[in-house]
Design a protein around this ligand. Structure first.
Ligand code: ADA
Length: 555
């Protein structure tokens, strides 16, 4: 399923996960012959023999049966990276980008058996501005869960909640319910919202319904001390429940206050990791058990924070962060992409919009990010940063927005962000970064930021990336680069300084685990992997694990 909890009790929902027919083919329409089976969710690189390095097009197919004619919603958690969906040979949807959920609606589908076929393309080229040759792998497949929803002519599309503290232990909850009208039915419906023993009804004949619940005596959601509440929204047609949606929310606020970051009015220090969705046995189709294991390890290390570099994550991972009280910086999909690519504007706007719409209710998401190392230096690219930051802020004014930069004093975008975030690799990459100058570099950058017209003066700072590579198992007496000893020394120096600097509100190690990279990056990456993990690709600890654990748990 798409979530770790049951998100419907009225609506008829069934999982379409399982073994689908599979064939490698770049046909534009569903092929007649399928020669293998493949698991959904799954990546073909890890689940179909012989395709470990296949970059191309393949098809998935399965059937489903309707007991009676119905409006159908096919919900995909993620398809990597471009999907064309056919039902009974007719194309019903096209979608680009692997990392956001989307739906294919089909009205009045007849009773009986139907054939669902999905064309999946993970190629690079002019058609793709966000999925490019990169320092992480773009897998191929239906990589996240798929569900079949049966919906009435007027149904619930999504919910947007905002919580606000109005006094000691008292909270206000604003709920905006967005309806989907699959016909010209403008009939009145009643929207019922139930939470924490309270219920409110509102009638509407429009596409949205806004409700406010005041004076809720609830416990707050805190980092490390989470409290979740089921929000049950029911759509009534007369007295008859016609549809519903359950969201799980947390009552908390997150604000920027000068150089500090506040959760529920209290300053916080975010300490943790950058985590790619990657595993040698699953690709990016990480099963729930592995997501849980990854968070177990991060919490053992003392982390309270994870950055979903560089794309929106599987919603089940965010559910686990909600449940554990782990703070999340989630970002829309972009790592050092070409902002002048002809498809960039449309693709980043769509990816960002889908992230915001589907993930806005997660209390664990404290920060929205975007455009990792996309160089807000030349005027036109600063404007493109401003546009995405504004898109996020307009959709959700309740959270701070940021982007991770490696342009230092040349960066002209900080005035458009609420938080300044730096990816620094002092003591790893060449140039000015050399051993022993982490503190000097941080002091220099903070002085520039807070005492010049940087656009970031008196804003909170997050060290969004720092780290060093270590080839697992390579121990060196002289501790040179790529050795496990080197990584331990490098991380120890960064953490000791960043965890203790009062103007640094967050520090995220690059990175949690070693990950696969795409073909063009192989020359720069031993083992064809990014080796800066504190654990290797199988989550086996490197020697730096003990160093990180001591410092993170001690902060
Ligand atoms: C950059 C980038 C990361 C990763 C890192 C590295 O900061 O944001 O995705 O590529 O460098 O390992 O060099």
């Amino acid at each position: 399923m798409l979530r770790t909890f049951q998100s419907h009790t009225v609506r008829d929902v069934q999982s379409l996960d399982g073994k689908w027919d599979f064939v490698v083919s770049d046909a534009r329409r569903p092929p007649g012959r399928f020669d293998r089976k493949a698991p959904v969710p799954g990546c073909w690189e890890t689940s179909v023999p012989g395709l470990v390095r296949f970059r191309g097009v393949a098809w998935y197919r399965r059937t489903f049966t309707l007991k009676k004619a119905a409006n159908v919603l096919l919900r995909f958690g993620g398809v990597s990276h471009t999907a064309d969906v056919f039902v009974d040979g007719k194309r019903v949807a096209h979608h680009y980008d692997a990392f956001t959920p989307w739906s294919a609606p089909i009205q009045k589908l007849s009773k009986g058996k139907h054939t669902l076929a999905v064309r999946v393309d993970n190629t690079f080229g002019d058609h793709s501005a966000l999925h490019i040759e990169n320092d992480y792998y773009t897998y191929g497949g239906i990589t996240r869960p798929v569900e079949l929803h049966l919906v009435p002519d007027v149904s619930i599309d999504r919910i947007h909640t905002t919580t606000e503290r109005v006094g000691r232990g008292k909270w206000k909850l604003a709920v905006k319910v967005h309806l989907l009208r699959s016909s010209r039915d403008r009939g009145k419906r009643t929207v019922r919202v139930e939470i924490a023993g309270r219920a409110v009804d509102v009638a509407t004949s429009r596409d949205t319904a806004a409700l406010m619940l005041e004076g809720l005596a609830v416990r707050p959601w805190e980092i490390g001390k989470p409290k979740l509440y089921d929000l049950h929204v029911t759509l009534l047609d007369g007295e008859q429940p016609a549809d519903d949606l359950v969201e799980r929310i947390g009552f908390r606020t997150v604000q920027v206050d000068g150089r500090r970051l506040l959760v529920n009015g209290k300053p916080v220090k975010l300490v943790g990791f950058n985590r790619h969705e990657d595993h040698p046995d699953f690709g990016c189709a990480i099963p729930l058990a592995q997501m849980k294991r990854d968070l177990d390890i991060m919490q053992d290390l003392g982390a309270n924070f994870v950055r979903t570099c560089h794309y929106p994550n599987d919603q089940r991972f965010l559910d686990l962060c909600d449940e554990r009280g782990i703070a999340v910086w989630e970002e829309s999909h972009a790592r050092t992409v070409d902002l002048d690519h002809p498809k960039f504007e449309a693709q980043i706007a769509a990816s960002t919009d889908e992230m915001l719409r589907s993930h806005v209710n997660h209390p664990s998401i404290l920060i929205w990010g975007c455009l990792n190392e996309c160089h807000a230096v030349k005027r036109s690219w600063v404007a493109k940063h401003a546009r995405v930051l504004r898109q996020m802020k307009r959709f959700d004014p309740s959270r701070p927005v940021t982007y991770a930069s490696n342009d230092w004093e040349r960066d002209r975008g900080f005035r458009h962000a609420d938080i300044v975030s730096w990816n620094r690799y002092d003591n790893w990459y060449g140039g000015r970064h050399s051993e022993g100058n982490v503190e000097r570099e941080l002091k220099r950058m903070l002085k520039w930021l807070h005492t010049t017209n940087s656009g970031g003066a008196d804003k909170p700072v997050i060290m969004s990336e720092f780290g060093a590579g270590a080839i697992p198992g390579w121990s060196s007496a002289i501790g040179e680069r790529w050795s496990e000893e080197y990584q331990s020394v490098a991380l120890e120096e960064c953490l000791r300084i960043y965890l203790n600097h009062r103007d640094v509100v967050g520090a995220a190690i690059w990175q949690f685990c070693d990950v696969r990279v795409t073909e063009a990056w192989w020359p720069h990456r031993p083992r064809c992997m990014n080796n800066k993990g504190v654990v290797d690709q199988y989550r086996r600890p490197k020697p730096s694990y003990a160093v990180v654990r001591k410092l993170m748990r001690g902060c």
